[in-house]
Design a protein around this ligand. Structure first.
Ligand code: GLC
Length: 612
């Protein structure tokens, strides 16, 4: 066999042979994806030749300690869909102070039963306001307040030793204005000017007409005039977050180098922040363009050669139909994507005690490629974006849910967040607050039941359940952000509290809210893992049991079927079980066997039934 790259000798050692096999299979796919985006660019020939060398060299240089996991995951086609891959997401400083602090808290996370850690951005941010770290000044350094690269490597190694994994945010759509690339651009370096998008006033205004503001109150418009750049720089988010110009192939290569560098430190996955925005096209919203999907697919193909154990997670909080292509053609794109349609629909269904919208979204989300997995969640660090459900709910539904959760009236203590004209306000708030769990209330309160119900549902779906820091203890909203000038203007800080370690300590005191909630979350994780051993497999599909208050779905592609039933109402409901569960079934959560066609569900009760 000839070597795929002319400058390297034929492979002899096992690792080189692995790389050669991956390269021969993967390079043509990678080149094809990139040709779709850059094939017509005059820089194409030089770019692709250089990239070929870099991909080969990076694959060969993969650190030996990380190769075993690559080989293992490559050999297990369906590993992404193995159950028990619960994840936990948190801000490092708010959870444990710094990275060494996180290492000291691993027993807590082990106790909870999670297998993946997703710390929110921890790379070196710009000074001052950095949008919670989403304005990166250096992708190769850790925020010095949180530690250094050695601390990150140590955390990654600790996790590997525990059979756990680390997922990092890669803020790939934009850099901080203070990043070295932006500084070089501002200093007039023509190569770096091409890393960003600078337009004259007229062209910027023309683009602006088609764009939708993300932060219309705190950062109106998508361009920021910069005298050094001599024009209006594309800034989709805050003015200090400069969108990268992916029409320049050098930017693709730079970001791939960042992924490879961080993967070499033991990072096992990347959350591709703001992936929908990667490609700009005149006359469009510049979201979810075909080239954005192709770029993500190309990163996947490159990592499949260089570091095949590493997963990519699409952060695309868009309509479900725009999220699905991030999984890639033939499932060769992102390995995971946030299931924001199902998450948002869950809250809508809970407000109305009507599973309709959840059923519609769940049915459509089953259309993902088999290989990929959903990241199922209840809350995250961002606002709840109702507008992303527009294809699955009426404008009246969206307005009602937005008002219910953000403006009082119902059980929720959430708060409205900014929205672009034409949309309904999104909602901020911790899950406990949105579910109506008041501080001081106990584990049997309606609010605690609602919170548990939602987390129980996401643990029964196919995919990876994600816990947002503090939800396992029912942490309330954090009003203190309003006193901090750096955070006061951005209402999302309402749901970014500091971890309450005294509340965490109460998980060991029977009868407390924390003990009950923590135990239920842990139980959901453990039972979800056990489902595989029981032969439950396949995508969750909605089942209509006649009563809108009963949210029900089945998973029926394994040796055993699962039927998950939840009562969305505060009043008990009677459900008629479908066959084969009507003959005999076992409740996985309680371990009880049951018989009979009808089942009564108490307020917000959840059951997971399997066929015996
Ligand atoms: C993503 C993040 C959000 C951030 C934005 C800009 O949506 O989740 O917190 O503000 O990207 O980076």
């Amino acid at each position: 066999m000839t070597s795929p790259s002319p400058s390297v000798p034929p492979a002899t050692a096992p690792h080189e042979k692995d790389v050669e096999r991956r390269f021969l299979a993967g390079w043509p796919r990678l080149e094809a994806r990139l040709a779709e985006v850059y094939g017509e660019d005059p820089r194409w020939a030089t770019f692709i030749a250089a990239l070929k060398e870099k991909v080969w060299a990076a694959a060969i240089a993969r650190p030996p300690a990380l190769r075993a996991l690559d080989v293992q995951r490559e050999a297990s086609q369906d590993w992404l869909n193995l159950p028990g891959q619960g994840a936990y997401t948190f801000y490092v400083d708010r959870f444990a102070g710094d990275l060494p602090g996180v290492r000291e808290r691993l027993d807590y996370l082990d106790d909870l039963g999670v297998h993946w850690l997703h710390p929110l951005p921890l790379l070196k941010p710009r000074p001052g306001d950095s949008d919670g770290g989403f304005a990166v000044a250096d992708y190769r350094q850790i925020d010095p307040r949180l530690g250094d690269m050695d601390d990150l490597e140590a955390l990654a190694a600790d996790l590997r030793a525990r059979d756990m994994g680390l997922i990092l945010d890669v803020v790939c759509n934009h850099t901080a204005r203070e990043h070295a690339w932006a500084q070089a651009a501002r200093a007039g370096d023509p190569a770096y000017r091409e890393y960003y998008i600078t337009l004259d006033a007229e062209a910027a205004a023309d683009r602006e007409r088609h764009l939708i503001d993300v932060f219309p109150d705190t950062a109106p418009g998508s361009f920021t005039y910069d005298p050094d750049m001599g024009g209006h720089v594309w800034t989709t988010f805050y003015p200090f977050q400069w969108d990268l110009n992916y029409a320049n192939p050098a930017v693709f290569a730079e970001m791939l180098a960042v992924l490879v560098f961080l993967a070499s430190k033991g990072v096992q996955g990347f959350r591709l922040d703001s992936a929908p925005y990667l490609w700009k096209a005149a006359g469009t919203t510049s979201r979810n363009q075909p080239q954005a999907y192709a770029i993500v697919e190309a990163w996947h193909e490159a990592l499949a050669i260089i570091a095949p154990s590493v997963v990519l997670v699409a952060e695309a909080i868009e309509s479900l139909d725009d999220v699905l292509p991030f999984f890639g053609r033939d499932g060769r794109g992102c390995d995971l994507a946030y299931n924001n349609a199902v998450m948002t629909a869950l809250w809508g269904a809970l407000a109305d005690a009507d599973a309709g919208v959840f059923n519609r979204c769940l049915a459509a989300s089953a259309g993902k490629p088999r290989r990929a997995a959903w990241l199922n969640y209840v809350r995250c660090h961002d606002d709840l974006i109702w507008n992303a459900l527009a294809a699955y709910a009426s404008p009246e539904d969206l307005a009602r849910w937005s008002a219910f959760y953000g403006q009082g009236g119902g059980f929720s203590h959430g708060r409205a967040f900014q929205t672009a004209p034409g949309g309904v306000p999104s909602t901020n708030g911790m899950a406990a607050a949105l579910a109506g769990l008041e501080p001081g209330e106990g584990p049997h309160s309606a609010g605690a039941r609602r919170l548990t119900l939602l987390y129980g549902i996401v643990h029964a779906l196919d995919g990876w359940p994600l816990i947002y820091m503090g939800d396992e203890l029912g942490l309330p909203n954090d009003e203190a952000y309003a006193d901090d000038p750096l955070r006061a203007a951005d209402g999302r800080w309402l749901h970014r509290p500091a971890m309450d370690w005294s509340a965490a300590g109460r998980r060991n005191q029977a009868e407390t809210l924390e003990a009950e909630l923590f135990a239920r979350f842990r139980h959901f994780g453990a039972r979800a893992r056990a489902l595989a051993a029981q032969g439950v497999a396949g995508p969750a599909r909605p089942v209509d049991l006649g009563s809108p208050a009963i949210l029900a779905f089945e998973r029926t592609e394994g040796a055993q079927n699962l039927l998950c039933l939840g009562n969305l109402a505060e009043a008990p409901v009677l459900a008629t079980l479908p066959a084969p569960f009507s003959a005999a079934a076992r409740d996985v959560l309680t371990g009880q066997n049951r018989e009979g066609v009808s089942i009564e569900l108490g307020p917000y009760e959840l059951v997971w039934l399997v066929t015996p």
